[in-house]
Design a protein around this ligand. Structure first.
Ligand SMILES: O=C(O)c1cc(=O)[nH]c(=O)n1[C@@H]1O[C@H](COP(=O)(O)O)[C@@H](O)[C@H]1O
Length: 304
């Protein structure tokens, strides 16, 4: 259910609104653009910025118009320095101009004043890297993300805040219980607007979920979450109705049946992500497109 109060207040259409329209048109699958060196080799491309550029162009041709969202993993571009970043800039802008949403997988997170600069880079109108959403890390405190939340809210963009990641190493930290003396998962610098009440003894990841719930009370769904599809998350998502990016489908072992089970009660804005499992079908544009369409349709059927 959309209750886009922000639009009424004169902001851009909200991220939640934009996402719902994109999902209605093209389904909920988010395909990764991850030019791993091993994939460059497999596609017969050089391990250079030129190779990454050819890779990205093939992905754009294969996926734009067919899926609702693509997610370039910025590290694979960054590895080639300024030339790699130039390719990333062009890729983001071509995809967005064609009407497909771009989630920049940059996993940014810093003290508030520096976070403002990262936010401007990834979410600011007119920035060469401006995307529709960006992945962010809350481990300097959810409140430290405030500049990104504010800018994304103003510009109708979104954040995906790491809550329970797909990798096995994440569990120890993200599943750690808040100590009895801690202020319920709300850091001292937490802004009043996202203050919430994670009970002491709940997990760190749950405190991120609860902060996102509080943030999204304005109805704009700016604060999405990243929750891996590779295992049960153990989170209470009953009050979270915002976007959930769920990586892990395919190469990391998760299946559509796993998604249906793990996210049984939180499917409206669930965005399964898969990268290598589709990209392994390249470099043929038609084979990549067929693979993306197959997974997209499986996801739609499995989560219907
Ligand atoms: O934020 C992410 O996108 C992310 C979070 C997470 O918990 N796990 C995870 O795999 N990812 C990203 O999702 C993509 C998964 O790729 P594949 O394993 O190839 O499908 C990679 O770009 C990862 O960096």
């Amino acid at each position: 259910m959309s209750h886009d109060r922000g639009a009424v207040q004169g902001h851009s259409p909200s991220w939640g609104h934009r996402l719902r329209s994109a999902i209605a048109a093209r389904g909920r699958l988010c395909v990764g653009i991850d030019p791993h060196p091993s994939l460059l080799r497999a596609w017969g491309l050089p391990e250079s910025a030129e190779g990454v550029e050819a890779f990205a162009e093939i992905c754009v041709e294969a996926f734009v118009g067919d899926v609702a969202l693509v997610k370039p993993q910025v590290a694979f571009f960054e590895a080639y320095g300024a030339a790699g970043y130039a390719v990333l800039e062009r890729t983001i802008s071509v995809v967005r101009d064609a009407g497909t949403l771009v989630v920049a997988d940059a996993k940014r997170g810093d003290i508030g004043s520096t976070m403002a600069a990262y936010s401007q880079a990834w979410l600011g109108d007119g920035s060469p890297l401006a995307s529709d959403a960006v992945t962010v890390s809350p481990y300097l405190g959810f409140g430290a993300l405030e500049p990104a939340v504010t800018l994304a809210t103003e510009t109708g963009r979104g954040l995906f805040v790491l809550a329970r990641t797909s990798n096995p190493e994440g569990g120890e930290l993200q599943g750690a219980r808040l100590s009895p003396g801690s202020p319920g998962g709300v850091s001292a610098d937490q802004t009043a607007s996202v203050a919430q009440s994670t009970p002491r003894g709940a997990s760190v990841a749950q405190s991120i979920v609860d902060a996102a719930i509080a943030q999204n009370r304005d109805g704009r769904d700016t604060a999405g979450l990243v929750i891996g599809a590779t295992r049960g998350h153990g989170l209470d998502l009953s009050e979270f109705s915002g976007p959930i990016l769920a990586p892990g489908l395919g190469a990391q072992g998760a299946t559509v049946a796993d998604l249906a089970e793990i996210f049984a009660d939180s499917r409206e804005l669930l965005l399964p992500n898969t990268s290598r499992d589709i990209l392994r079908h390249g470099p043929s544009v038609s084979a990549l497109r067929e693979a993306a369409e197959r997974v997209r349709d499986e996801v739609e059927a499995g989560l219907a």
